[in-house]
Write a protein of this length. Structure first.
Length: 641
């Protein structure tokens, strides 16, 4: 059972507030170019430094806090290391954490020198060798799901987990998961909830979807349920079984927030984890209760694994912040789905992004005139609207916002039937975000007296939502000119109310919104003012060349209009070209349906004349017969930007 929207929004606010202190808190443990395990130890810890790096990189704060020189120095310090914390040389724990740091810091460092690259390759081979039986251990301890998942995720990220090794891991993990579930269900003293969590991550990571049988899905779901059933009232879990032994400190254990970070980082588990929002909220409450405030804006944590050393630890602190970030990402997904649910819309399956050069491939192109220069509509939109957004989608998935200057709002205007809605869907498909159409009926579903409350609710949810393309369709009445004599007081009120809401969504910079209208001249001047929307684009009927390339017109049979006209001896003179060029997509399709039955050129031309006379561009806009859509479109081209 998920949380309601107000709880989701509150939790996200708490996450953002906690993350404000992340950089300063982790920097509290900084030593030279790396990080200490405890404050004042005065030496760099391998696993602690890697954990701190991963936490800062995940939230994109490493680039703010560290320069390239410091990054290179840290890698030079870590890569040659063969052990840490008095563990055996070349142990999988140390090597895996070093490679985690190498992976994370790749975008921020110079290319590795040949000797460092050779050492990295050597570490990869050692870890592959440790997986020969499908699991990983240290010294005489039994294999652990924690170490196995650590090594597997590192090799996966480096594309070094061979199919043979993957099969061995899959066999071991699927064998262990039911066993560990059984131990918990039997209240065995050997039960380990953490092992279940890491095994669920493992089987999810190494098992392709087409090999996930119904039985395996049930086991996977039961594993998650069993793990969360072990959560205590204070939001924590019972101590895990020991992983291995530190000579100077004692046994090493799993830490809740390191584990939860990895659980929330497995994308194929997100759908299932949405059901455990209350459990994750309880874990979040535990975060707040267990913090140390060592100075202003510095919140730190301890794992509590070694009571004799119950002081703040860098890796525990970094793990908490990383968990909070991953939780915020899951909550953001929950908000998206909650919005669609509230709007009575099914949440669409994740879109498969189109190729870089295939924006709106199946959409027929038209022309747009901007500052006196004609452009291909698709090329103009791609260059000036779609491409800049698509280049930043990865950052938004990790919690960033669109950069200043990146477009995020548009008005699509033009005559009816020019596929404005369809074009907005193509934008959503290209960038891989769900598309949500909002029309005035949503605001009116509780009657006229409830319209203000409904608008406030929807826009509040939109302010909290990210990674959605929102189309406001048929909203002309809500943004009409306030000073027009026919503008009712209620309409003027709605215009005034919507402007700040749209401005707020624009400022949040986490989604894209488009207003589609047939009547931009009736829009309030404040809406049309330059800078209010990033792009204002006139959408016209498809150009003739695009129509002639389409080979399957008509509702009953596939008609190649150009070929059919040639067969009927109809010449493509300027007059015919003009008539065909004026038809919208739907009008052209209707013409093709009729054209299929034409017997000669005279009949074909008569059909074309009839469809042209009835087409939207030739029809009257208002009371005056000579005030046609064609004339209005020519006059309105000045609004393009």
């Amino acid at each position: 059972m998920g949380l309601d929207f107000s709880k989701l929004a509150y939790l996200r606010l708490r996450c953002k507030q906690i993350l404000e202190d992340q950089a300063a808190s982790i920097k509290y443990f900084a030593h030279n170019e790396g990080f200490e395990h405890y404050k004042g130890v005065n030496h760099i810890s391998v696993s602690s430094s890697a954990t701190c790096v991963l936490s800062l990189v995940a939230t994109r704060r490493w680039e703010w806090e560290a320069n390239r020189t410091q990054t290179n120095a840290l890698l030079r310090r870590l890569i040659p290391r063969k052990t840490s914390a008095s563990l055996p040389k070349e142990n999988p724990f140390t090597l895996a954490w070093i490679l985690e740091a190498v992976n994370a810091l790749r975008p921020y460092s110079d290319p590795l020198k040949p000797s460092a690259s050779a050492r990295v390759g050597q570490m990869e081979k050692i870890l592959q060798g440790r997986l020969k039986d499908g699991s990983v251990t240290i010294e005489k301890y039994p294999p652990t799901a924690y170490l196995t998942q650590l090594v597997v995720r590192v090799l996966l990220r480096r594309s070094k987990l061979t199919n043979k090794l993957k099969e061995k891991v899959k066999s071991w993990a699927w064998g262990q998961l039911p066993h560990q579930i059984g131990l918990v269900k039997a209240n065995s003293k050997f039960a380990d909830a953490f092992a279940i969590a890491y095994l669920v991550m493992l089987v999810t990571a190494v098992t392709p979807r087409d090999e996930t049988t119904p039985d395996r899905t049930l086991i996977q779901r039961m594993g998650l349920k069993t793990f969360f059933d072990c959560q205590r009232d204070d939001g924590t879990w019972p101590l895990s079984r020991p992983l291995f032994h530190y000579e100077k400190f004692g046994n090493a254990y799993c830490y809740e927030y390191e584990m939860l970070t990895q659980l929330l980082s497995e994308p194929k588990l997100n759908e299932l984890l949405l059901d455990y929002q209350p459990n994750l909220s309880a874990a979040m409450d535990s975060v707040a209760r267990s913090a140390y405030s060592v100075k202003e804006a510095v919140q730190v944590w301890t794992s509590g694994h070694h009571p004799q050393l119950s002081v703040p630890e860098s890796w525990a602190t970094a793990s908490v912040y990383h968990f909070v970030h991953r939780l915020d990402r899951l909550l953001a997904e929950a908000v998206r789905r909650d919005l669609f649910k509230y709007m009575d819309r099914p949440f669409p399956e994740p879109a498969i992004r189109e190729g870089r050069d295939t924006f709106a491939k199946t959409t027929l192109d038209s022309r747009v005139t901007v500052r006196g220069k004609k452009h291909s509509l698709k090329k103009f939109l791609f260059k000036n609207f779609v491409k800049p957004i698509s280049e930043e989608t990865g950052g938004l998935e990790e919690g960033s916002i669109l950069k200043k200057g990146t477009p995020r709002s548009a008005i699509f205007f033009g005559p009816p039937g020019t596929s404005k809605t369809e074009l907005s869907k193509k934008i959503a498909e290209f960038i891989g975000w769900p598309h949500l159409a909002v029309d005035p009926s949503f605001l009116l579903r509780n009657g006229m007296e409830g319209i203000q409350a409904e608008a406030n609710t929807i826009f509040r949810m939109l302010e909290e939502t990210e990674r959605v393309v929102v189309l406001f369709d048929e909203f002309d009445e809500f943004v009409r000119e306030r000073e027009k004599p026919d503008a009712e007081q209620f309409s003027r009120f709605l215009t005034t109310a919507m402007l700040p809401k749209l401005a707020s969504i624009h400022k949040r910079a986490t989604l894209v919104f488009i207003i589609a209208t047939n009547n931009i001249q009736q829009f309030d001047l404040a809406i049309r003012r330059p800078g209010r929307f990033d792009r204002v684009v006139q959408i016209m009927p498809p150009i003739l060349e695009a129509k002639m390339k389409k080979r399957d017109w008509g509702s009953k049979e596939n008609i190649d209009i150009g070929q059919k006209l040639r067969a009927l001896s109809v010449k493509m003179n300027p007059h015919v070209r003009k008539l065909l060029g004026a038809l919208t997509y739907g009008e052209c399709d209707a013409f093709a349906t009729d054209l299929a039955a034409a017997q000669d050129s005279k009949e074909a031309l008569k059909m074309l004349d009839g469809h042209s006379e009835r087409c939207i561009l030739r029809s009257s806009v208002g009371q005056k017969k000579d005030d046609t859509w064609e004339k209005r479109c020519i006059a309105e081209a000045k609004y393009n930007s």
